[in-house]
Design a binder for this molecule. Structure first.
Ligand code: FAD
Length: 391
């Protein structure tokens, strides 16, 4: 029995130009031939595959949609499809790129001066410098906008940072960590690029995660960390500027969720063609086909929503609530889909060697980061009713 694992059922990739499709193919080939064979081992050991970085750099996908110096400057649609492609094989690698190429490079692209962009973006695009993005704090997650407690105090030509951050991806090995802190003078949130090794900045790796184990998340302790004024992001004057960065990257997470669902669906489809029970491939049973078609429907619907919102990004007409709807919708569909994929694998669904178990676990983190389902729902709720249910 042949099961075709081509889950681009409605041909969304045809919306890309030839160059875009060629890049997608290159990324797909790299992920399936280089990453897939080794990723379960890294996941088990909770280790980041540093040896794979040069190969990733050659793909030229870091900071894909940004048009800063030496950045690729491609469409949001292509960037989204690449995020989906990465997550389709491994959500941890997709998350690594979301942090480095999305959040960290995005902060410098959107909030840095021209001089700051020239200084950092080319090396980040070539992945000679890796970035991290430090916003969340131990006591302030969803409510970070009003609650951010890390402080920045101006002292002559430099700034002194004090506080705690939590969950910061790549932080322990990144060359540059963007730290968001509240200016004690004007009470506004500002961004600072802190170099690895700066005195007073230390890390504790987040141990024993049950999801995205390949991603290295860390708590950051900032005790009297001194950074020069030239490292303060020149165009970040308030949390509204931080929010601009999140607005861009939230769509990347919607695409990743769709990729995570798509990867799980493809493994499940392949498995149902190979596994026999009652003398027949399980793909021939009506109840199994029902689950496969539900999964495919989820993937197609999420992709369609992501495509449309990315087109709005490219047209410059996207609104917060568009990205929030896509993130909330696609992550709910992802959670449902990976659960069904696990179901059709029976007991093998909980074995790492069949990959689906990794997607099930990783989905839990994607569901919550960059705005939980509740927070994204409330952003859409406020837009459609005109009444804000949270501050
Ligand atoms: P909380 O805000 O404590 O929320 C707990 C629950 O309460 C959630 O269900 C939430 O939806 C609900 N809730 C909260 N407020 C309301 C409300 N007003 N109405 C209804 N329900 C509400 N952060 C970074 O800065 N950089 C990173 O690189 C980064 N990487 C991450 C990687 C991973 C794997 C994870 C898990 C997180 C990462 N984060 C990062 C942090 C992430 O963005 C936060 O976890 C997220 O914003 C949620 O915050 P919280 O975990 O503190 O949950």
């Amino acid at each position: 029995l042949t099961a075709t694992p081509d889950s681009d059922f409605l041909g969304f990739e045809l919306l890309l130009d030839d160059d875009g499709r060629a890049l997608l193919e290159r990324v797909r080939g790299h992920m399936t031939s280089v990453v897939e064979p080794v990723i379960n081992d890294h996941w088990t050991r909770a280790e980041f595959p540093h040896d794979l970085l040069p190969g990733f750099a050659e793909l030229g996908i870091a900071g894909l949609p940004y048009d800063g110096p030496e950045c690729p400057g491609r469409s949001a649609l292509l960037d989204g499809m690449i995020s989906m492609e990465l997550a389709r094989v491994d959500p941890s690698i997709a998350t690594f790129f979301g942090v480095h190429g999305g959040l960290a490079m995005g902060s410098i692209q959107l909030c840095g001066s021209e001089e700051q962009q020239e200084r950092w973006l080319p090396a980040m695009a070539r992945m000679e410098l890796i970035g991290a993005f430090g916003l969340t704090e131990p006591e302030h997650g969803s409510g970070i906008a009003g609650g951010l407690a890390t402080t920045a105090r101006r002292d002559g030509d430099s700034w002194v940072l004090d506080g705690e951050k939590k969950w910061i991806g790549n932080a322990s090995f990144a060359d540059l960590v963007v730290i968001w802190a509240r200016d004690v003078e004007d009470d506004q949130v500002k961004g600072f690029v802190v170099e690895q090794g700066t005195e007073g900045m230390t890390f504790d790796l987040q141990e024993d995660k049950i999801a995205l184990r390949v991603v290295q998340n860390a708590s950051i302790h900032l005790a009297g960390v001194r950074v020069p004024e030239s490292h303060r992001l020149a165009r970040a004057d308030s949390f509204d500027d931080t929010a601009q960065v999140l607005r861009l990257t939230r769509m990347g997470v919607a695409w990743m969720a769709t990729g995570c669902a798509r990867g799980a669906y493809e493994h499940a489809l392949r498995y149902t063609g190979e596994r026999e029970q009652f003398g027949k491939p399980i793909a021939s049973f009506q109840l199994v086909q029902d689950l496969l078609v539900r999964m495919l429907g989820n993937v197609a619907a999420s992709t369609a929503m992501c495509v449309r919102v990315s087109q709005l990004q490219d047209a410059g007409t996207v609104r917060d609530e568009h990205a929030s709807l896509a993130k909330a919708f696609s992550t709910v569909r992802m959670r449902e889909t990976v659960g069904w994929a696990r179901e059709v694998l029976g007991g093998n669904g909980i074995l790492l060697e069949h990959h689906v178990g990794r997607f099930v676990a990783d989905a839990e983190a994607i569901y919550s980061y960059e705005g939980t389902r509740e927070i994204n729902t409330l952003i859409v709720g406020r837009a459609i009713t005109g009444v804000g249910a949270f501050v």
